[in-house]
Design a protein around this ligand. Structure first.
Ligand code: ADP
Ligand code: MG
Length: 318
């Protein structure tokens, strides 16, 4: 199959009215006056970000989901996306499944695929997605906006993707039921886009958890020049994790990456409002701690004793 046949067959679904999509030198997008463009890009490399035998439909979903997660973290609304693919060979079944997974999420989230690039790879598969979104700059959820006294919240649950990856890489003893319970979080993350847009102008600071709660919350704390206390017992443990050894569970919940849920801070007076917004969007939220003036992160168990965790989370060059 030639390059242009491949694009025509798998990546040329029509763009919505008012957009110029795949087929010209650039895509053209209608913009809402008064809003700013939110742009984010993520690279997925075979062997680094996904295992070589990953289900291609799930991979298509995930390639877009990890980017939509960044839009969610800013409180932005998706506008469109572009997809660049570098492939060692043309595998029709792989392309069919990958593009179906990608388009299914693009359709569901109103984020049309409007362009990209396709090349041959001399190594493994490389996937790059760039998302474009819109947000009111006065309402965007920045990392530097946490205020002393804010509640700290997270959406969804923590730890499942980390446990699924540990099982797949044989770093934990085989456990079929646990893998079944945790694998969807790793393969098909579902960032809370709708809820995130309602948080814009309501929450103070936010980011998406990609490299682990402790490391990612650390970005908010440094950017906002403050510290925090977390209550371990308030952290939303993913299904199936409660029977794990305490050390394994803590590592998954506090340091596990690939979460693609939000961590955000908001004034104490907005608790009821946030619960109402979450209910309206069908998103699960948990209040997990408090922003404090003293820098650094303190994690407390149910008795108020300190839980010590090694610093850091995932780092490509560590
Ligand atoms: P150029 O030579 O300008 O890079 P291409 O010939 O690579 O353009 O691409 C032709 C059209 O197909 C362009 O509109 C481009 O955006 C689109 N395209 C190429 N690869 C992809 C892809 N993987 N997904 C979506 N659109 C693609
Ligand atoms: Mg090209």
């Amino acid at each position: 199959m030639k390059e242009f046949d491949l694009i025509a067959r798998y990546f040329s679904r029509p763009a919505p009215d008012g957009f110029l999509g795949v087929g010209d030198d650039c895509a053209l997008l209608p913009l809402t006056p008064g809003l700013q463009l939110a742009v984010s890009t993520d690279l997925l490399v075979e062997g680094v970000h996904f295992l070589p035998d990953t289900d291609p439909r799930a991979l298509g979903h995930k390639a877009l989901a990890v980017n939509l997660s960044d839009l969610a973290a800013m409180g932005a609304r998706p506008l469109a996306c572009v997809l660049s693919l570098s492939l060692p060979r043309v595998n029709a079944d792989w392309l069919q499944a990958f593009s179906c997974g990608f388009y299914a999420l693009a359709d569901r989230t109103g984020c049309p695929l409007v362009g990209g690039d396709t090349t041959r790879s001399l190594t493994g598969i490389v996937i790059n997605v760039t998302v474009l979104g819109e947000v009111d700059p006065a309402r965007a959820l920045r990392r530097a906006s946490a205020q002393i006294g804010d509640d700290i919240w997270v959406t969804g649950t923590l730890g499942a993707a980390h446990i699924a990856l540990s099982l797949l890489q044989h770093r934990l003893p085989a456990d079929k039921a646990l893998l079944e319970a945790t694998r969807p979080a790793l393969d098909t993350p579902d960032p809370p886009l709708q809820f995130a847009q309602t948080l814009a102008g309501v929450a103070h600071a936010a980011l998406d958890i990609s490299d682990g709660l402790v490391q990612d919350l650390g970005h908010i704390l440094r950017a906002s020049k403050c510290g925090a206390e977390l209550h371990y017992d308030a952290l939303p443990l993913a299904r199936g994790l409660s029977d794990l050894a305490p050390g394994v569970q803590r590592d998954a919940v506090l340091r596990g990456g690939d979460v693609y849920q939000l961590c955000f801070t908001a004034p104490v007076g907005l608790r009821a409002r946030i619960l109402e917004l979450a209910r309206g969007a069908g998103t699960h939220v948990s209040r997990i701690g408090r922003i404090q003036a003293e820098t650094g992160l303190r994690i407390k168990d149910a008795d108020g004793a300190d839980i010590v965790v090694p610093q850091g989370g995932f780092d490509h060059f560590a």
